[in-house]
Design a protein around this ligand. Structure first.
Ligand code: SF4
Ligand code: SF4
Length: 374
């Protein structure tokens, strides 16, 4: 057993633990994947949280992203953040920015590596509706301005759904030349997000084109834009939209999810069925290194796949895209996959390929300009 554990430990490079330090939130987002609002009744104490920071460090994690709920409403968030920096791990904070003025001095003291805010609409009405708070749009823009004024590394995350799909160009105008990184991801029906607001597969393809065209049109300096893990995979036409080439879902590999009561999952986008254990009853080291842990990824089985993925020619490299998305929409089959969408739209065996490629690109370019610029 110990031989297997040490083999697992050596193989895995642990990059980032995403830690919901509280489920309490001062926002009421309709697309909240965690269904946040009130704290969990059994959230980790300060002592337990500080011990967990040490455990993350000793297990080899290079960075920790604090999120919620809203992480800044937890009374001891600063103590936890300071402990992360003490061990020289990278620190990110994902916040709604509503109370940023109350915390700006502490954030400055911490030397954070990234502070990420959600911006879900290009118009105040849309953002406020999605976040469930009147005035949230202006507060988010204020928070961005304040953080920029203090020269802090700011990112914006936009979660795309049917209500904000047509406002991406407006959001882009707010962020361009501001040295604000922009991450685009799709909303999936987890937590309390209604399934009917998930974008269609056609819209998903348009969104990928939006990212690809803007990556081509703007330098990283002017618009540091990236697609999240859900924006792929292996398109025949669209270049890589993420930071790194896709090598499969990282849940339980380089990525870890921690709930505020100490439950451990491969990734927080996965449902509670994927909980591997709780740090109150088993050490983090033993959870991570159990030979059975994260087997959905660590021992990947083609037999579990369905539809597009099962017949896909690159399944060995891709391993069915984002597990969180595939699980939420269609267990072990990734419907929001650029390659699968293309293969359905263009039957490569029926028409000369060059003609197909040209006609499809011009069709989607036209659609793109109609949607985003008219
Ligand atoms: S069809 Fe499935 S395995 Fe193939 S590229 Fe898409 S997500 Fe990956
Ligand atoms: S479930 Fe999706 S978001 Fe989570 S690690 Fe896997 S690919 Fe990334």
């Amino acid at each position: 057993m110990s031989k297997i554990i040490s083999q697992i430990s050596r193989r895995i490079k642990r990059a980032c633990a995403v830690w919901e330090i509280t489920l309490k939130c001062n926002s009421k987002c309709i697309h909240c994947g965690s269904d946040a609002g009130k704290s969990r009744s059994d959230e980790l104490s300060t002592k337990e949280a500080l011990e967990l920071v040490y455990d993350l460090y000793s297990c080899g994690y290079k960075g920790v992203a604090l999120m919620g709920g809203e992480p800044l409403v937890r009374q001891d968030w600063y103590q936890i953040a300071k402990e992360i920096k003490k061990y020289k791990m990278k620190l990110s904070i994902v916040t709604n920015g509503l109370n940023i003025h109350d915390h700006i001095q502490k954030i400055k003291n911490l030397d954070v590596d990234c502070i990420a805010l959600s911006l879900d609409g290009g118009k105040p009405k849309t953002h406020d509706y999605l976040r469930g708070i009147k005035g949230a749009f202006n507060k988010t823009l204020d928070a961005i301005n304040l953080l920029k004024k203090e020269n802090l590394p700011v990112s914006v995350i936009t979660t795309v759904n049917r209500l904000n799909f047509n406002e991406l160009n407006l959001i882009k105008k707010l962020l361009i030349d501001r040295k604000v990184a922009w991450q685009i991801q799709i909303a999936i029906p987890i937590g309390r997000f209604p399934k009917d607001l998930v974008i269609s597969r056609e819209q998903f393809y348009m969104l990928a084109l939006f990212i690809a065209i803007n990556l081509k049109n703007y330098t990283v300096k002017r618009l540091p834009l990236i697609g999240a893990h859900c924006m792929g995979y292996f398109s025949r036409f669209i270049p890589n939209l993420g930071l790194d080439p896709w090598i499969g879902c990282q849940a339980g590999y380089s990525v870890l999810g921690i709930q505020s009561n100490g439950n451990i999952k491969g990734c927080l986008t996965l449902s509670d069925e994927f909980i591997e254990g709780n740090i109150r009853s088993k050490s983090l080291y033993n959870i991570l290194n159990s030979p059975r842990a994260f087997n959905y990824n660590r021992i990947f089985k083609k037999e579990n796949l369905k539809e597009y993925c099962i017949t896909c020619d690159v399944v060995k490299e891709c391993k069915r895209g984002c597990l969180g998305t595939s699980y939420a929409l269609d267990y072990y089959n990734e419907p929001y996959c650029l390659r699968a969408i293309e293969d359905q739209l263009f039957k490569f065996d029926q028409t000369p390929i060059r003609w197909k490629i040209n006609s499809i690109i011009s069709k989607y370019k036209n659609l793109y300009y109609n949607i985003f610029f008219k």
